[in-house]
Design a protein around this ligand. Structure first.
Ligand code: ZN
Length: 395
C-alpha cells in the first residue's frame, strides 16, 4: 500500500455546455465541478497551456502551420503537387502521407498534413515538432513533465499512439503495481465523436457513461493500493455545432492577389491568418475581410488580452475569426464540412471548459484552463514537503 496518488484525467472537448445539463456525470467520483474559461486557439494551444500553466504568448505553442519559407521543412514534398487532386484530397490518402512525412521529418508531437496544398507547402513551417506530452516538449519553457522529472516523481502519461482503452488499461496496471505517484491521462475520443455527430447527439451520453465507468474502475483500483487518492477530471474546450459555412478562400482568391508573392494565408477551420508581402495586398485583403459579416478581424488589444498576441506576427499579421457556429470550408484543415467545431472566441458559450474535482479545496482563482497546471504542480511539490519537515525536525 502506497501513500498518495494524484490522478489528472483530461477529456478532450467535454465542454461546460455539454455537462451542465448532466448533473449526474461524475457526481460520485468528482462531485465538485466548475466552469473554466478556455484559451484562444485549438487543442494545439489548449493542451500545452494546461501542461505548462502558461499562455500562448509565453509558451509559443499556438496554431500548427505558419508562413515561414526560410525554415520550411516541406520543400522536399513539393513533388506531391504532381499527384492528381482527386487522390491527394482524399482523407485516407492524406492520412497515409501524413504518417510517412511525420516519420521522414522526425516530428515527435501530433502531426497532420490536413488539407495544406502541396504546390505551396514549401512556404509553411509546422510549429509542433516536439511533443508537449513529453519532458522538454514545449516550444518555450517547462511543462509538468519537466517538473515531475526534476522532482523524481514516478508518473504515468498517455501515449497518444495507443487507443483510449489501451491507455486506460496501462494506467490501471501501473496503479496495481504501485509504480507511479502521479498520472496524466488524456482521452481524445469524445472530441472526435462530437466533431462527427454534433453536441446534441444521444451518442454523447453513451460515451460519457463509458468514461464514467472507466474512471470509477480506476478509482476503485487506486483506493486498493493508495491510502490517499485525489482526482481531477477536466477538458480543454467545448464544441459548437456548425450550422453555417463560409467559403472565405473563394472571396480572397477572387481579389487576384498572388500567394507567395503578395501574401500568404492559413485557413484554419474557424480563423484565417494572413501574412503580407506588400501594402496593396494588406489593404485589399483587410477591406475584403471587413465586408464579411460572419467574422471579424481580431484587434491587437483583444489578442493581447487573450494572451495570443505575437509581436513578430509569426502566427499571422492579421487574424480573422468567425463567430460561433460558422465553419470556414473549404479550409486548410479540411475540404469538406464537419458537424461541429471548436476554436471560436473563448467567451462564446460553447467554448467553456470544465473541471471536476474529488476535493472541495480547489482555490477560487482556478478559473482558466492554464490554472489546472497549478493543481498538478501543487501535487508534485507536496511530495517534497516530507523532506523539508525532516530537516526542520532535525534542526
Ligand atoms: Zn477537436
Amino acid at each position: 500500500m502506497k501513500d498518495q496518488l494524484d490522478l489528472f484525467i483530461m477529456i478532450d472537448a467535454c465542454g461546460w455546455e455539454i455537462i451542465k445539463t448532466r448533473p449526474h456525470f461524475l457526481a460520485q467520483a468528482a462531485p465538485h465541478r466548475r466552469r473554466l474559461t478556455s484559451v484562444f486557439g485549438y487543442s494545439s494551444t489548449c493542451v500545452p497551456s494546461i501542461l505548462s500553466g502558461r499562455w500562448p504568448d509565453e509558451h509559443h505553442n499556438w496554431c500548427y502551420f505558419i508562413h515561414d519559407p526560410q525554415h520550411s521543412p516541406f520543400a522536399a514534398l513539393r513533388w506531391l503537387r504532381f499527384l492528381p487532386k482527386a487522390l491527394t484530397s482524399r482523407r485516407i490518402v492524406r492520412r497515409y502521407l501524413t504518417k510517412l512525412v511525420k516519420r521522414y521529418l522526425g516530428f515527435q508531437g501530433y502531426f497532420d498534413l490536413y488539407n495544406i496544398p502541396f504546390q505551396r507547402i514549401h512556404l509553411y513551417d509546422f510549429t509542433e515538432k516536439k511533443s508537449p506530452l513529453k519532458p522538454k516538449g514545449m516550444n518555450q519553457g517547462e511543462n509538468i513533465f519537466d517538473q515531475l522529472e526534476a522532482a523524481k516523481v514516478p508518473y504515468f502519461v498517455t501515449n497518444p499512439n495507443e487507443s483510449e482503452e489501451a491507455n486506460r488499461d496501462r494506467l490501471n496496471a501501473d496503479i496495481t503495481s504501485e509504480c507511479i505517484d502521479f498520472a496524466f491521462q488524456y482521452w481524445a475520443g469524445l472530441d472526435g465523436l462530437l466533431h462527427r455527430v454534433g453536441n446534441q447527439s444521444p451518442e454523447i451520453d453513451t460515451k460519457l457513461a463509458s468514461y464514467e465507468a472507466w474512471i470509477m474502475q480506476t478509482l476503485q483500483t487506486a483506493r486498493q493500493h493508495y491510502r490517499n487518492v485525489t482526482l481531477h477530471v477536466f477538458s480543454d474546450h467545448g464544441m459548437a455545432n456548425c450550422d453555417e459555412h463560409l467559403d472565405l478562400m473563394r472571396s480572397i482568391d477572387a481579389l487576384g492577389l498572388r500567394i507567395g508573392k503578395d501574401y500568404n494565408v492559413v485557413y484554419d477551420s474557424t480563423m484565417a491568418r494572413f501574412w503580407f508581402m506588400n501594402d496593396n495586398a494588406r489593404r485589399r485583403i483587410t477591406a475584403a475581410l471587413e465586408k464579411v459579416p460572419q467574422g471579424r478581424i481580431m484587434p491587437k488589444d483583444e489578442l493581447k488580452h487573450l494572451r495570443a498576441y505575437f509581436e513578430d506576427g509569426r502566427f499571422g499579421e492579421l487574424i480573422f475569426l468567425v463567430r460561433e457556429g460558422c465553419l470556414i470550408v473549404p479550409s486548410h484543415m479540411g475540404e469538406r464540412p464537419i458537424t461541429a467545431m471548436h476554436g471560436y472566441h473563448p467567451d462564446d458559450p460553447q467554448s467553456f471548459a470544465t473541471l471536476f474535482s474529488s476535493t472541495p479545496d480547489v482555490p477560487a482563482d482556478v478559473t482558466h484552463i492554464p490554472h489546472i497546471h497549478r493543481l498538478m504542480l501543487d501535487a508534485v511539490q507536496a511530495r517534497q514537503q516530507p523532506v523539508t519537515t525532516t530537516f526542520a525536525l532535525a534542526a
